[in-house]
Design a protein around this ligand. Structure first.
Ligand SMILES: [Zn+2]
Length: 342
């Protein structure tokens, strides 16, 4: 567990055992939750990019725990419909970002066992292998080195498994707060001879796998742009192209309408009102961010800025309890407005 994760976990435990989490729930617990995940991996597999990976056993534990709490597992469309029904039972819905092959091979069997519907937001570039997934490259760089130096950022110890995960989390967080660091990352990857395309090829859905996934009755496919850029740094024409081309690509392969979208990265530095406007103009019905928060009736007026709660490999009874009580939003907004929007 990386340090920020350990701190978060301690905060959740303190909030749980002091009763604070339950007290905050009065204000911050919404009608339901959209959970966000990425890749689902074998329980004993080591990944430097652990922030993207949830072990299959942990996913199973999470689903069992949510079921015990009498939460309905609903489709994304049903989740949105329930916002208009005050008497509706509390619900959760699940989303997986990017288009990992393991969503078909590892997540689907578990989700099916719990009859849990889920959305998979797929980037065209995952399927075509053309995505500029610097994060895959960064994980490979850290995995294969005992130390990594990123000019402008510093030197990172990568001599053992925990330090590799700490280095990945630190560098990833630094990039998310300053995308101008990316050229230095790309230079380091090039110098180490790391080929992103080969890494993507090992992990991403093929066209055929995407068709199989899409045909499953529990699965909905959503848009996630063509190249997975930071949209907030792109021109309006590029944002439009990214979303429209991706949607056309997915509709062509799956033969089904693609009505929902997820902004790459999803934080405040990567999407905002302009992206929401373009999404709406293109005719998508909804779009999700990674702003933490639960769903409230008010979100019917913010369908292009729906918050999500990320699930990680570090979930335990107190983190899950806190997340279901809206604790992430309470912390993130510093006890401000419970309704997370753009
Ligand atoms: Zn993504």
């Amino acid at each position: 567990m990386s340090l920020p994760e350990a701190i978060k976990s301690a905060v959740y435990a303190a909030a749980h055992f002091s009763g604070l989490s339950s007290a905050l729930a009065v204000r911050y617990r919404g009608r339901g939750t959209i959970f966000a995940l990425h890749s689902i991996v074998d329980d004993d597999a080591f990944h430097p990019d652990h922030t993207l990976r949830c072990p299959v056993g942990k996913l199973e534990w999470i689903l069992r725990r949510l079921r015990q709490q009498q939460l309905d597992f609903v489709t994304f469309d049903e989740a949105i419909e329930r916002l208009s029904t005050p008497a509706a039972r509390p619900f959760v819905t699940f989303t997986f970002d990017d288009g990992f092959a393991d969503n078909l091979t590892k997540a689907l069997p578990v989700m099916a066992r719990f009859a849990a519907p889920f959305m998979v937001y797929v980037s065209t570039g995952m399927v075509t292998r053309e995505i500029d997934a610097w994060w895959f490259g960064l994980a490979a760089l850290i995995r294969s080195h005992d130390e990594v130096v990123i000019p402008g950022l510093g030197r990172f110890d990568c001599s053992d498994a925990p330090s590799k995960q700490r280095a990945y989390a630190a560098i990833e967080a630094a990039i998310h707060s300053d995308f101008d660091l990316l050229p230095a990352i790309r230079a380091a990857l090039a110098a180490a001879g790391i080929q992103i395309r080969a890494l993507v090829d090992k992990e991403a859905l093929t066209e055929q796998q995407l068709r199989i996934l899409s045909a499953h009755p529990l699965v909905t496919i959503g848009g996630h742009t063509t190249t997975h850029p930071n949209l907030a740094r792109a021109t309006p024409a590029a944002v439009h192209w990214e979303m429209a081309q991706n949607r056309a690509f997915l509709q062509e392969i799956t033969g089904k309408p693609v009505n929902h979208n997820a902004y790459p990265f999803g934080h405040s530095g990567a999407c905002g009102d302009r992206e929401a406007d373009i999404c709406r103009a293109l005719g998508f019905h909804t779009a999700v961010t990674t702003r933490p928060g639960m769903l409230f009736a008010e979100h019917r007026r913010h369908l292009y800025a729906l918050p999500r709660i990320c699930l990680t490999r570090g979930e335990n009874p107190s983190t899950l309890h806190g997340k279901l009580n809206g604790l992430s939003r309470a912390l993130n907004s510093r006890l401000g407005d419970p309704v997370a929007v753009m």
